[in-house]
Design a protein around this ligand. Structure first.
Ligand code: NAD
Length: 241
């Protein structure tokens, strides 16, 4: 155990108001690529940049192309939570952690047992018909040939926040409540460049701001503790009662 993880362990142990704010880097150790790491999706070659494909207007105009990318790269259904997801679920169950606020859409925090999960960008596990609003699960989307369609004939859209779309008001309000009431805020596995999500951490007024990220973030210089290492490894060293 390093001095840094030992410090973090002490803060978590003493607190009952830890909040975690995370992103795609939390799930890379489960085998889901993030966007901005060297082997992330932004460094792979596609006909269009990923932020174009994952935009509202592209979904409307090129639905088939959108689904080709989405099913291939974003819809990983056979993945398992890693140490980072599991530790966060444990800390919630033992009364130390209040909430996970995540930019991820993979549902792995819930799969690990976390209960209070605020999904700022939605979830691949919820899908709706754009015509009649009937619900479909992710397996239906994955199995569909081409563009998934509802029994009414309408196009089904994942309940994920695409570029050009707004975030859900209730999710933002609850995230702000949790972050502003936290005494320890752990930011992990996120480049902190996607707004408005990244701006929510400005509501933190607590005692200890922690950043765990493999690369430098804009918040490192404001943090009380910066761990530039794998989040699964760092959390794996921490044991709280
Ligand atoms: P990002 O790709 O911009 O940044 C990920 C950050 O995590 C990078 O700074 C990287 O250095 C770091 N990182 C990667 N693996 C790590 C590890 N094991 N331990 C510690 N740090 C690690 O991701 P973002 O900031 O979340 O923004 C991208 C957007 O794309 C988000 O909106 C997110 O919803 C979406 N996205 C989600 C998933 C998912 O649901 N798993 C996957 C890809 C992208």
């Amino acid at each position: 155990m390093t001095e840094k993880t030992e410090q973090l362990q002490q803060w978590i142990q003493k607190s009952s108001r830890v909040v975690f704010f995370g992103g795609a880097g939390v799930s890379t150790e489960s085998g889901i690529p993030d966007f901005r790491s060297v082997d992330g999706l932004y460094h792979q070659k596609y006909d269009y940049p990923p932020e174009t494909i994952l935009s509202h207007s592209f979904f409307q105009r090129n639905t088939e192309e959108f689904y080709r990318f989405y099913k291939d790269k974003m819809l990983a259904l056979d993945v398992q939570p890693n140490m980072a997801h599991r530790r966060l679920a444990e800390w919630e169950a033992s009364g130390h952690l209040k909430a996970v606020v995540t930019q991820n859409i993979d549902g792995l925090h819930q799969k690990a047992g976390s209960r209070e999960v605020l999904e700022l960008h939605g979830s691949v596990h919820r899908n709706y018909c754009t015509r009649c609003h009937k619900f479909y699960d992710a397996a239906y989307i994955k199995a569909a040939d081409g563009v998934p369609r509802c029994s009414c004939g309408g196009v089904i859209k994942p309940d994920v926040v695409l570029y050009e779309e707004g975030l859900d008001d209730t999710t933002i309000r609850r995230s702000i409540e949790h972050i502003s009431n936290a005494d320890v805020l752990i930011i992990g596995g996120t480049s902190l460049v996607v707004y408005p999500a990244a701006g929510l951490i400005d509501y933190f007024r607590g005692d200890h701001l922690v950043v765990i990220n493999k690369s430098v973030t804009s918040r490192d210089r404001f943090a009380d503790l910066v761990i530039d290492d794998s989040i699964g490894k760092a959390f794996g060293e921490i044991k709280v009662e």
